[in-house]
Write a protein that binds this ligand. Structure first.
Ligand code: PEP
Ligand code: CO
Length: 456
């Protein structure tokens, strides 16, 4: 194991360690010029906001709140429109309302948004009709079009990531703070969406109940004008910390605390392919004070996980470290309990959430990369069951979803079949649950939370 003590942390100390998934940038000088420019740009988020999220994640770790983290697998510059952002926020607000109403618990809302532009790839290359080209690594690196030119990594794209993140974040802040998230709009979020679908109708019913509670509050003098909580909500951003040069450039010293924060997003996570204990990504995240996450598959051994926790959260600070399990519906019931037990036994304080997407990716008969709604749900059910068996806290969900009516995942109430996938398959990377499937899942999770609440 690498001796971390011999590598004192600075924002650039990761450079002396092995780095996985780093693109082959054709021109180092060009890359460095871009990174120097990014280092002089304003931060996108502030340290105090990240600390607020840490406190929220700590609550979720104790079972006093529930985390809803979701958004695209890969954001793209072309799809980064005001409409798409608003629809994503809308579906997340709807889901969060369903969960809050069902679980009677605050929901911590975190988007895979305003920065999720880089993708790790299992294969360096992609072959289509006998032609082999470098894999698409996200708009942060190269282009999706299957041409030689598009697939060349271009550092100027990192400036695009920064600017797209800034404009998205600006819109998100306006939406959640400027009246769009006002609970009195609970009905409006349903309009032009799935109002006629079974999920839409179910949502309408719940919205009626919420409206009636709001009318009651209004009658006794509590309303959106005098209560911030009714008028606005908190919404946080997150992405995979994959391109460490970019993350380093956005890492700033917080004058209040004297600590380093990666100000590209509130929360950063390290993926399944870059979580090697003695490598650059884990080392980088060990030194920034944001709340951080690590993806944990069924290939993780208990001892490896305990070592990882010691490196990333040596002070056992609540909310600092979130473990995002992604094991697959068929593996989670066997693979998760030993990890939960080891962490509990060692008295390590972490927040556990489930990513029920990445362990359930399949190729459909017609050749689409897809997921079955039922597998996604089954992994969530397995996640709760594993925590109940060990006596630990299931703290939330992390999902790939979109606010659009796409056809990328199979099943759900709409009963999307293999032959439907071609109708609106728009993801640049992994398949996303569409708006109706996302809402349906929120209702199913709310039912589970409600049941557990009644038992506890
Ligand atoms: C992702 O979250 O898009 C991803 C690539 O996940 P993982 O690292 O768990 O495979
Ligand atoms: Co993905």
């Amino acid at each position: 194991m690498h001796d971390f003590a011999s590598t004192p942390w600075t924002p650039s100390s990761w450079r002396s360690l092995p780095v996985q998934q780093e693109p082959s940038w054709p021109d180092e000088d060009h890359l460095n010029r871009v990174l120097t420019q990014l280092a002089s740009e304003p931060p996108l988020v502030f340290a105090g906001e990240a600390r607020t999220l840490t406190a929220g994640m700590a609550k979720a770790g104790r079972g006093e709140a529930f985390v809803l983290q979701g958004g695209d697998c890969a954001e793209t510059f072309a799809a980064d429109t005001a409409t798409n952002t608003r629809e994503k926020i809308k579906v997340l607000l709807q889901m969060s309302t369903v969960l809050t109403y069902g679980a009677k618990m605050p929901v911590i809302k975190i988007g895979r948004i305003a920065g999720q532009f880089a993708k790790p790839r299992s294969s360096e290359t992609e072959t289509v009709d006998g032609v082999t080209l470098p894999s698409y690594r996200g708009d942060a690196v190269n282009g999706l079009a299957f041409t030689e030119e598009d697939r060349i990594p271009d550092p100027d794209r990192l400036l695009g990531v920064y600017h797209h993140s800034a404009t998205s974040l600006n819109l998100i802040r306006a939406l959640v703070g400027g009246g769009y998230a006002d609970l009195n709009r609970v009905h409006q979020w349903n309009r032009e969406f799935v109002a006629d679908s079974p999920q839409g109708k179910r949502y309408e019913l719940m919205a009626d109940h919420i409206q009636s509670a709001l009318d009651f509050l209004h009658a006794i003098g509590i309303n959106a004008e005098n209560s911030e909580k009714l008028r606005a909500t908190q919404f946080f951003t997150s992405h995979e910390a994959l391109l460490l040069g970019y993350e380093e450039a956005l890492t700033r010293l917080d004058s209040t605390s004297g600590d380093w924060y990666d100000c590209s997003a509130h929360m950063l996570w390290v993926g399944e392919r870059t979580r090697q204990l003695d490598h650059a990504h884990i080392h980088f995240l060990s030194g920034v004070r944001n709340p951080i996450g690590v993806k944990v598959s069924n290939r993780m051994e208990p001892n490896e996980l305990l070592d990882l926790i010691s490196v990333l959260n040596p002070d056992n600070e609540p909310g600092r470290l979130t473990l995002i399990t992604r094991m697959g519906a068929s593996a989670i019931r066997d693979a998760l309990p030993p990890l939960l037990a080891a962490v509990k036994e060692a008295n390590k304080t972490v927040t556990w959430i489930t990513d029920p997407c990445h362990g359930n990716t399949i190729t459909s008969e017609s050749g689409y990369k897809t997921r079955r709604f039922d597998d996604v749900l089954d992994e969530i059910v397995g996640f709760f069951a594993a925590h109940d068996a060990v006596g630990t806290v299931p703290g939330g969900v992390h999902m790939e979803l979109t606010g659009e009516d796409v056809t990328e995942c199979l099943g759900g109430d709409q009963d999307i079949a293999d032959l439907d996938l071609s109708r609106r398959y728009e993801s640049a990377c992994d398949p996303r649950l569409n708006n109706a499937q996302s809402l349906e899942l929120a209702f199913r999770i709310a039912e589970i939370l409600q049941r557990r609440r009644n038992i506890v």
